[in-house]
Design a protein around this ligand. Sequence first.
Ligand code: PLP
Length: 400
Amino acid sequence: MPPLPDPHPVPSEDLDRLLSAGLESRRRDQLYRSRVVLGSPQGPEVLVDGQRYLGFCSNDYLGLAADPRVRDAWCEAARQYGVGSGASHLIVGHAQPHHALEEELAAFLGTERTLLFSTGYMANLGIVSALAGRQDELFEDRLNHASLIDAALLSRARLRRYPHADGAALAELLAQSRSRRKLVLTDGVFSMDGDVAPLPRLLAAAAANGAWLVVDDAHGIGVLGATGRGTLEHHHLQSTQVPVLMGTLGKALGTFGAFVAGTETLVETLIQQARSYIYTTALPPALAAASRMSLRIAQEESWRRDKLQDLVEQFRNGARQIGLSLGGSATPIQPLILGANDKALGAARALRRRGILVSPIRPPTVPAGRARLRLTFTAAHESTHVERLLIALEEVFPCP
Ligand SMILES: *Cc1c(COP(=O)(O)O)cnc(C)c1O
């Protein structure tokens, strides 16, 4: 028998040495990320390390994440259905609350069908890989959410990026394409900038060039439009005018999960072909029951959208008065673009010392040199909260 090779160093030590170098370089570039540990429910005031902070960083736009009615719906359904779904939707994990939620979402949006996914990330992977393959071409806005980019990579279709919100550039790229199938993918509301995609122009470009539009409305559903149908309603479009609409439940609806809305044929195709739908455990049924309740509240309590809009206006007016330069966003996502990574980190730390929690956003979530504070507002905030934020911002960014 040949002798055994020399003993190697413990493999995990080798790997750790390699990884440490990577972490160190992240730290040097001010790109290191760490988590705050929340000790309270989501809300305008949160507990971190035993300290109370006024928070402006959640996506709980309608203030429903800790709503007692949503919580009670969850508890009641957990008593009836237990906790785990026990299987994927196609095996035996698809329960009545899931099915009812799908029907109610379709009625809300005015589409034939909807299909629940475990997360928005998985919904995007499922949509793109079911609808596009090697011979096809995808057209994406430069500032699209990472999940839409990853979906494109997974599908192996050819990926083209067009300049942000530029319908004319998109039309040109589409006209050059010889591909059999073309999909245009866009955020409805851009997650880090808060601006709204020019859907009518994108639709026109797509229609003129035989392409289909896919809208990821994670930040629009529940928030935009008189009845909260999202970016489409904001543009006075019917849901049936966009072939594929994706929305999430973990943001304005305050729960967890996502859905795709479209025709019967689209949804049946996704059920057959979307791997991120087929090969994963179904959401807990009680979670679907909680989402049904929050969908009902989001429809009935339109004051939440009105209040949110008032708070955003109050913030924008106040920020202008203290000389802060904001972008053009009219949604609850209000970025304060600072440029360098250390500026965003420093500003977040200075606000935190003043009892205010905001998230610094750095590359690769945003382009290099465009680090920012991403401030978000919710219907659970009060006007006095916005005042406190403005006072703190004035101290951190004194007028030149
Ligand atoms: C948050 C987000 C997603 C992912 O949704 P999850 O349910 O959190 O996985 C997808 N697209 C956009 C634009 C988002 O902001």
